[in-house]
Design a protein around this ligand. Structure first.
Ligand code: ADP
Ligand code: MG
Length: 324
C-alpha cells in the first residue's frame, strides 16, 4: 500500500501509538494542536534540530535501510543534546514523504525512531506531515534539560587542558565507504555509520567532572576541534598517533589503500565527543569511564588546531587532513 492510499491522517493513525517512553512530564502528546509538557524546576531547557535528506544524507538500499534512517535522524539530535551535557527529554519531527512511498517503509522508519526514543526514554510529542515530490526529508527537533548554569559550551577550553575523545574516531566514515563500495563484512564499521550511539551518559559524566569545553563529532574531528579552538581563543595541539582508531577501520584502510587519517579527521557522523578538561579531572573521569583517550593539549595561541606527527607540527584546517 502507498502513502497516497492512506493520506496524512491515515499515516498519523499508523504511527501515533507507543510514542511516550517517559510519561511523567507529558500532559498532552500526539493528537491536539500542540503538545504540553512540564519541566524540572531549577533546570534549563536545551533545544536542537537537524534535517536528513534522501539521496543526500542517505541512500536507501545502499547506505541505509528505512529503519536506520529513522534511528539516525534522532541519534544526531540526541548527540547534540549530549554535547551540551544535557539529558534528552522529547522530540518533535517533520516528515516530508513521497506519495508513492510504501506505508510499510514509513512504518519501518518510525520503528527506528521509536527504538532509539525508547532506549533513551525520550518522548515523541508530535510532528508534521507533508508530501514531497522527490525523496523523503526528515527533520527532528529534540529537547533536553540540564541543571541551571551547567551547560557545557565550545568556548570553555583553557591552556593546560587535556584534549580527549570518546571510543574510536573515523568508524562512521569508514562504514560509509564500505557501504558505498558494496563490500561484505566490516559489520562494526557499518553499524557505526547506521546506528551511531549518542553519548548521553558520557556527557552527564563530563558535567560532573568539570569539563571545560565539549563538542560532538558530527562533521569530523578536524572541524569540531577547530570549533573549540576558535570559540575558546586557544590553540589545540593534537598528537595524530594518539587518536584512537578501531581495528576494523585499520583493516579497511589497509585493504582499500585509503588514508586512515582522512576517515578520522575529514569523515563525519561519528557522534563521539571531543572535549577538554584539567588533567586531574580527566584522570578522575577515566576512572569512571575508561573509553576516553587523551589526544593532545591546549595552549595559549590563536584559535586554531595544530597536528603533531612524524616530528613536525602543521596547522589542521577545519576542512581536515591534507598531506604536507
Ligand atoms: P495541525 O493541523 O493542528 O498542525 P496535524 O493534523 O498536522 O495538526 O497533526 C495532528 C497531530 O498529529 C498533532 O498532534 C501532530 O503533532 C501529530 N503529527 C502530525 N504529523 C506527525 C508526524 N509525522 N509524526 C508524529 N506526529 C505527527
Ligand atoms: Mg491544529
Amino acid at each position: 500500500m502507498k502513502i497516497s492510499d492512506i493520506g496524512e491522517f491515515g499515516f498519523i493513525d499508523a504511527i501515533k501509538a507507543d510514542t511516550l517512553y517517559h510519561k511523567e512530564n507529558v500532559v498532552v502528546g500526539i493528537g491536539d494542536d500542540g503538545a504540553v509538557y512540564t519541566t524540572t524546576p531549577g533546570w534549563q531547557q536545551v533545544a536542537v534540530i537537524d534535517t536528513m535528506v534522501q539521496n543526500s544524507h542517505f541512500i536507501v538500499g545502499q547506505t541505509a535501510t528505512w529503519h536506520d534512517v529513522g534511528f539516525k535522524a534522532v541519534a544526531s539530535n540526541l548527540s547534540d543534546i549530549a554535547a551540551m551535557g544535557a539529558v534528552p527529554t522529547h522530540i518533535v519531527l517533520s516528515t516530508a514523504l513521497a506519495p508513492q512511498m510504501e506505508v510499510d517503509d514509513v512504518v519501518e522508519m518510525y520503528r527506528g525512531i521509536k527504538d532509539i526514543c525508547r532506549a533513551y526514554e525520550v518522548n515523541i510529542l508530535g510532528g508534521d506531515t507533508v508530501m514531497s515530490k522527490e525523496g523523503v526529508v526528515i527533520t527532528v527537533a529534540a529537547f533536553g534539560e540540564i541543571e541551571a548554569g551547567k551547560a557545557l559550551l565550545r568556548s570553555g577550553a583553557q591552556a593546560g587542558d587535556v584534549i580527549a575523545v570518546s571510543h574510536t574516531i573515523g568508524d562512521s566514515a569508514g562504514g560509509l565507504d564500505v557501504l558505498l563500495a558494496g563490500q561484505d563484512g566490516y559489520e562494526a564499521l557499518k553499524k557505526a555509520h547506521q546506528y551511531p550511539e549518542p553519548q548521553i551518559s558520557l556527557g552527564r559524566l563530563l558535567v560532573q567532572h568539570h569539563c571545560h569545553s565539549l563538542n560532538d563529532i558530527s562533521d569530523g574531528l578536524a572541524s569540531e576541534s577547530n570549533e573549540i579552538a576558535k570559540a575558546s581563543g586557544v590553540e589545540l595541539v593534537i598528537d595524530r598517533d594518539k587518536v584512537p582508531t578501531s581495528d576494523g577501520l585499520k583493516a579497511w584502510a589497509a585493504s582499500s589503500g585509503k588514508d586512515i587519517w582522512k576517515f578520522v579527521f575529514n569523515g563525519g557522523e561519528d557522534y563521539e565527543l571531543v572535549f577538554t578538561m584539567a588533567p586531574a579531572d580527566f584522570q578522575a573521569l577515566q576512572a569512571d569511564y575508561p573509553a576516553v583517550t587523551a589526544i593532545g593539549t591546549v595552549r595559549p595561541g590563536p584559535g586554531r588546531v595544530l597536528l603533531r606527527h612524524d616530528g613536525g607540527e602543521q596547522v589542521l584546517p577545519p576542512t581536515g587532513w591534507t598531506h604536507f
